[in-house]
Every structure is written in structure tokens, then in C-alpha cells.
Design a protein around this ligand. Structure first.
Ligand code: PLP
Length: 240
């Protein structure tokens, strides 16, 4: 078997294994598999490997750094690109046209700037999640839960951006159970807010769960899991 085929087989096996664990977690939680979207986070792998994903039925891809998103989006077309990391406002114009979904809107200023950019390029809508810093780690980006008091007023200013949910990253731990409280808190916050908001801000999404804790996240209601290492670790090193 050629090296390229071997690589494809290995990746297909990873996707199968992950799919099995997602299915089992959905079953435990009494949820439908269709309610959870797997976003393959390609930041630690090559564009060559990322470009094998659509052929394996994996069409949602995510990047956390804008420059890397620009580069990979040019090399891997015809997929749905998700921005999952911090975006400086001066990089909005180059990033927005590539995006299907923005998970990590981490300030009111960014939210407003995205809406203005949509207006200026005549983009009708942009679905996003607001990133919450539930673990309150100083080095992490994100809004605080108490900032959500302002949400109705902030939403009233928006013409294009649609707030579709909340996103968080739990504090890293070897033990996935350590993430459960933060995930549950995010879901409860979402449930409270959801009751109050007008459409199109329906808040149906919870973007939470990474390699280390995605099963717990699914049990706690995640609709968007963002997986990198479990899919790509050891398959090929990033291009320098
Ligand atoms: C890197 C990254 C992921 C994927 O992390 P893994 O632990 O490798 O699955 C998910 N979300 C964000 C925001 C990331 O930066």
C-alpha cells in the first residue's frame, strides 16, 4: 500500500473510533447522534492530511489561528470552516469570507465589529457562539457569565450576526470529570438566556468538549465538539 493510502486508512480508523465514542456518549445521554456536530480541529496537522477529511465524510473543520485558517482554507476548499480561537479585529476582513461558523466571539467589541463587517461586505448572516470563560482563568479569553446580563441590549444592536449559542473551554485536566461542572454551568446559563431572547438568536448551540473531555461534554448537552489530538496526533507533523 502506498504511503498516502496508508495515511488515509489510519485517519479513517481514527474517525471510526471517535465516531464510536460519540455514538456511545449520545446513547448514554439519551441524545440523537444527529444533534452533535464533530468539528475536526486541524491546527496540529498538515493541509495534506486535512484534505483527506471530506473524503471520509468529515466536512466541518476548525482552526484557532487566523493565519493558519487562511492558509488551510486555500488548500482545503469545499468544507465548512469554523473559527475556534481569538480573532483580532484587524484580521476580521480576511477571515470573515472564509467562515461558516464562529465559535469564539470573546468580547462585545468583537461582536459589534463582526456585525459592522457583515454590513460592509453585504453578508446577510453570520452564526456565532459567545465564548465564556467559565473557569475564570486570567490567561483565557472570553466573557464572564455575569456579562450575559447585557446580552439582550447587545443583541438589539445586531443586524447580521446571529448569536446561536455559547462556547467554553474547561480548565485542562487529565480527568474529564473535572470539566463537568463548567459544562453544566454553561448549559444552565444557556437555558436561562434562551428563554428570554428573540429570534434569530435561538441559542441552540453549546460548543464544548475537546479530546480530553468530549464525552462528558456530550452528556452535558454539547452540540459542537471540537477535536484535534485524538484525530491527528502522530499522523504527521505540521508544516513549519
Ligand atoms: C486546539 C483546540 C481544540 C482541540 O483540542 P484537542 O484537545 O487537541 O482536541 C479545541 N478547541 C479549541 C478552542 C482549541 O484551541
Amino acid at each position: 500500500m502506498s504511503q498516502a493510502l496508508q495515511l488515509r486508512e489510519k485517519l479513517a480508523e481514527r474517525v471510526r473510533q471517535v465516531e464510536e465514542r460519540i455514538g456511545a456518549a449520545c446513547a448514554r445521554a439519551g441524545r440523537s447522534r444527529a444533534d452533535v456536530t464533530l468539528v475536526a480541529v486541524t491546527k496540529s496537522t498538515t493541509a495534506e492530511i486535512a484534505s483527506l477529511l471530506p473524503g471520509l465524510g468529515q466536512l466541518d473543520l476548525g482552526e484557532s489561528r487566523p493565519q493558519e485558517l487562511w492558509r488551510k482554507a486555500a488548500l482545503v476548499p469545499n468544507v465548512r470552516w469554523h473559527m475556534i480561537g481569538h480573532l483580532q479585529r484587524n484580521k476580521i476582513d480576511k477571515t470573515l469570507p472564509l467562515l461558516h461558523f464562529f465559535h469564539s466571539v470573546d468580547s462585545w467589541r468583537l461582536l459589534q465589529a463582526l456585525d459592522l463587517e457583515c454590513a460592509s461586505v453585504e453578508r446577510d448572516s453570520l452564526p456565532i457562539c459567545l465564548e465564556l470563560n467559565m473557569s475564570r482563568e486570567a490567561q483565557k479569553h472570553g466573557l464572564a457569565p455575569e456579562d450575559m446580563n447585557e446580552l439582550p441590549a447587545r443583541l438589539a444592536e445586531l443586524k447580521h450576526v446571529q448569536v446561536r449559542g455559547l462556547m467554553t473551554m474547561a480548565a485542562f485536566s487529565e480527568d474529564p470529570e473535572e470539566s463537568r461542572a463548567a459544562f453544566r454551568e454553561l448549559r444552565e446559563l444557556r437555558d436561562r438566556l434562551r428563554a428570554e431572547l428573540p429570534p434569530p438568536h435561538v441559542l441552540e448551540h453549546l460548543s464544548m468538549g475537546m479530546t480530553n473531555d468530549f464525552e462528558v461534554a456530550i452528556e452535558e448537552g454539547s452540540t459542537l465538539i471540537r477535536l484535534g489530538s485524538i484525530l491527528f496526533e502522530g499522523l504527521g507533523e505540521p508544516e513549519a
